[in-house]
Design a protein around this ligand. Structure first.
Ligand code: GLA
Length: 400
């Protein structure tokens, strides 16, 4: 009897623990990240303005709940070694900012690094994991982006350092999502979930461009998509491949995204990033100045039918079923039994597509809804039509 009771207690404990883990980032986190626009100077005035703009522009309503405060917020440590914010940038402190965001139904992410100093050279968390996690929890932080600058290159150290901060966060008494940001060289999709992360960047920093062919450090939208396409099996609820920032709205304006010839993208390219990141279940975070966002960017970010793919409860990342010189075609199942397909024209000119659903593993006929035109465009077992350069057609398919 006693043994049965102990077993029951153990079972309940395990279920509770598992429940707690899968609750974190059950769908990909969505928000806005400070790095590109504010870089060295994130501050409470601008961040609050951005949060207000997130609300008034309809971004929060569309699901973009988080403000991800990136590097350069730190002001060192106090005489008890507690990490502190730069008092000039955040005179009211981070807790007050978190309270402000929470009062508006939003969440706050923060940034640190698995070394003594961050990429920008600010105070980071190595050997202060427990203390910093407690501080973040006491401030009301909801997400931690944990970078890997100034850390050793080997994979075992990375696993250890990310595991250490994950455990510290779990012990700190608040649900804080952990975003691993080691950029891909140590293949974090192989171990990120195991050590306690909920997402992992798959490439070096994205730039405001479609494709990088020089390989000197800048990646473009399609480089990321191509990388993530091969990683579908690692993704699922609570464990996401992260494609880095959405670049719509930037138009080649200054900021880290403009390095490595990030001169800007066409509307079709910005829209393709949104479509494909939604198909691939990347976290979605805008990076342009939301206070001055143009209608093109707003329309791209707030397409509810495309976002619904990204946030679908099944959490199944699309698989690339066709890859030719011209076409990439992706397909994914959805929680209600529908499917979504995305047809990307990678060439530099308009092309005629002729996609048989049977070639994607989908037999029979489907009602097709074009998720950018927002209308049903036919009932068929195939789709034929024009796709402009770097455009992605996205359809939701309902069996008929
Ligand atoms: C790295 C990350 C970026 C950003 C900067 C901040 O480059 O990959 O996303 O966080 O550091 O210094």
């Amino acid at each position: 009897m006693r043994l049965i009771k102990i077993c029951m207690a153990l079972l309940l404990f395990t279920q509770a623990a598992l429940g707690q883990e899968s609750k974190l980032a059950a769908t990909p986190p969505m928000g806005w990240m400070s790095w590109n626009i504010m870089s060295e100077n994130p501050n409470e005035k601008d961040i609050k303005e951005m949060a207000d703009a997130m609300i008034s522009s309809g971004m929060v309503k569309a699901g973009y709940q988080y403000i991800f405060l990136d590097d350069c917020w730190q002001g060192g440590r106090d005489n008890k070694n507690n990490i502190i914010a730069d008092p000039n940038k955040f005179p009211s402190g981070i807790k007050s900012l978190a309270d402000y965001l929470h009062s508006k139904g939003m969440k706050l992410g923060i940034y640190s690094d698995a070394a003594p100093l961050t990429c920008g050279g600010y105070t980071a968390s190595l050997n202060f994991e427990d203390q910093d996690a407690k501080t973040f929890a006491s401030w009301g932080i909801d997400y931690l982006k944990y970078d890997y600058c100034n850390a050793p290159e080997d994979v075992e150290t990375a696993k250890k350092r990310y595991g250490k901060i994950a455990q510290a966060l779990r012990k700190a008494g608040r649900d804080i999502v952990l975003g691993i940001c080691e950029w891909g060289p140590r293949e974090p999709w192989n171990w990120g979930a195991q050590v306690g992360g909920q997402s992992w960047r798959t490439t070096y920093d994205i730039r405001d461009k479609w494709l990088d062919t020089e390989g000197k450090g800048g990646v473009g939208i399609y480089n990321v998509v191509d990388k993530m396409a091969g990683l579908a099996s690692f993704s699922g609820p609570g464990k996401w491949n992260d494609g880095d920032m959405l670049v719509a709205g930037l138009h080649g304006t200054k900021g880290p995204s403009s390095a490595f010839k990030g001169v800007g993208c066409t509307k079709a390219e910005y829209q393709s990033q949104m479509s494909l990141y939604s198909m691939l279940n990347s976290p979605l975070y805008a990076s342009c100045d939301i206070r001055k966002m143009d209608d093109e960017a707003r329309t791209i970010f707030t397409n509810a039918e495309v976002i619904a793919l990204n946030q679908d409860a099944l959490g199944k990342q699309a698989e690339r079923k066709i890859k030719t010189d011209i076409w990439d075609v992706f397909v994914r199942p959805l929680a209600n039994g529908d499917f979504a397909i995305a047809i990307l024209n990678k060439s530099a000119s308009t092309q005629n597509a002729n996609v048989n659903f049977a070639d994607l593993g989908l037999t029979g006929k489907y009602e097709l809804k074009d998720l950018w035109q927002h209308k049903v465009v036919g009932k068929n077992n195939k789709w034929t039509g024009e796709v402009t350069a770097h455009e992605t057609k996205v359809f939701r398919l309902k069996k008929v």
